[in-house]
Ligand binder design. Structure first.
Ligand SMILES: [Zn+2]
Length: 205
């Protein structure tokens, strides 16, 4: 039986992403199953493409969300509060852009407000939005910092992400329990070593 090549156009003339149909996405998963050496038509795998495509919808729903919108509602009545706001242990569930393999860990997000603050759940939401896209941990760290920086114009932002990459633990070098730490400091966190130190101590206990 001959196989009709399915090669949808995915990128338009202006570099815009043209989303394939669900049917084309299902077909792509069937192709990967056969590539792995299995029969995509056997009963155990017949509904797998549907499950994988649905899971992708969840893992990558950050592309349809806007961090700036989440941070747009701010509160100015902070009654003089001008110290660090720190969120610890925010779950990070992301996928590396090199292997599309999960990397899992925690994020620590702090900022020092400049007259306006944002609802703290929105900071966790920003971590979630960028996590649910493909990138590297370094880029993820920067994206979170930049979103807070540009939308809140705080005195400073500090981000720390501590994560394990399954592309490193389950393939390639197979190093278990190696965690990767990335940080980004802006504003006063960058210039004030004692403040940076306080963030790191508070974040990691
Ligand atoms: Zn990777």
């Amino acid at each position: 039986m001959s196989v009709t090549p399915v090669k949808p156009v995915l990128v338009g003339e202006n570099d815009e992403v043209i989303r394939p149909s669900r049917e084309q996405a299902l077909e792509a998963v069937r192709t990967l199953l056969a590539w792995a050496g299995d029969n995509p038509d056997r009963p155990g795998l017949i509904d797998t493409p549907k499950r994988v495509v649905d899971a992708y919808g969840e893992w990558f729903d950050g592309y349809d969300a806007d961090a700036a919108k989440e941070l747009s509602r701010t509160f100015e009545d902070v009654q003089g509060y001008d110290d660090m706001v720190l969120l610890r242990d925010i779950e990070v569930e992301s996928h590396c852009e090199h292997h599309m393999a999960p990397f899992l860990g925690k994020a620590y997000v702090a900022y020092i407000p400049n007259e306006k603050v944002v609802g703290i759940s929105k900071l966790a939401r920003v971590v979630e939005i960028y996590s649910r896209r493909l990138q590297t941990q370094e880029v993820l760290t920067n994206q979170i910092a930049d979103a807070i920086e540009s939308n809140l114009q705080p005195q400073g932002v500090a981000i720390l992400i501590d994560a394990e990459h399954q592309c490193m633990t389950t393939r390639g070098v197979h190093h278990r329990h190696v965690s990767t730490i990335t940080t980004r400091f802006t504003g006063v966190f960058k210039t004030d070593a004692a403040l940076k130190d306080r963030f790191l101590k508070l974040a990691k206990g």
